[in-house]
Design a protein around this ligand. Structure first.
Ligand SMILES: O=P(O)(O)OC[C@H](O)CO
Length: 200
């Protein structure tokens, strides 16, 4: 037996350049195209606005696809765990900032959500020496709720069903905002709990 030979069965580590991670990268690349389309429409509710809304929905839907493929085909990687939430944040963050630039969403809502999203991303990187913190169930639910809220703002539904839809949009966005803050705090509380257990 050679010295330093691995003991036990070899465990194959999936390459970082696999289909789920490529889909995640495509999601990041779609974000600037979507933002450009939305801002180019400049609040005129024209065809470009509808296309931008559709592109957002298609892009955010890939969030479920990459995760499902990764789990089913055993392609879950540390890079994927790190990159997937970032891709979501680039897309949703781009949408929120654009909506605020267009004067359709209060800046304070965008700022609170961005602070939470950037804060948790910085926290994830800070914890990298220990382990990658995967997205929690609450975090996943938060992204779904944010996406629904953003999609409601993006599609100019008021042209079809009337102005009352603005109330629905604000309520759903409010719920997304609350869940965003709660799940952010949850990551920190859980990490503090884990630290206590390892220190004891
Ligand atoms: O806020 P996070 O980091 O929990 O993000 C959750 C991901 O977007 C789920 O795909």
């Amino acid at each position: 037996m050679t010295r330093n030979a691995p003991i036990g069965p070899e465990v194959s580590v999936p390459s970082n350049w696999n289909l789920p991670n490529i889909i995640t990268v495509v999601r990041i690349l779609l974000a600037p195209i979507f933002v450009w389309m939305l801002l180019a429409d400049a609040g005129q509710d024209g065809a470009l606005r509808w296309w931008a809304a559709l592109l957002f929905v298609l892009a955010i839907a890939t969030d479920g696809v990459d995760g499902a493929i990764a789990r089913r085909q055993g392609l879950v990687t540390e890079l994927g765990k790190l990159l997937d939430p970032i891709a979501d944040k680039v897309l949703t963050g781009g949408a929120l900032v654009s909506l605020s630039i267009l004067g359709e969403l209060w800046w304070w809502v965008t700022i609170v959500i961005l602070l939470r999203e950037i804060g948790i991303t910085v926290f994830r990187f800070a914890m990298l020496r220990d382990h990658v913190i995967p997205a929690s169930r609450g975090g996943k639910l938060k992204t779904i709720l944010q996406s629904v809220a953003i999609a409601l703002y993006l599609f100019p539904l008021w042209l079809v069903v009337g102005e009352w839809v603005h109330i629905l949009n604000a309520v759903v966005m409010g719920a997304a905002l609350v869940l965003t803050v709660i799940t952010g705090i949850d990551y920190l509380v859980k990490a503090a709990g884990e630290r206590k257990t390892t220190d004891a």
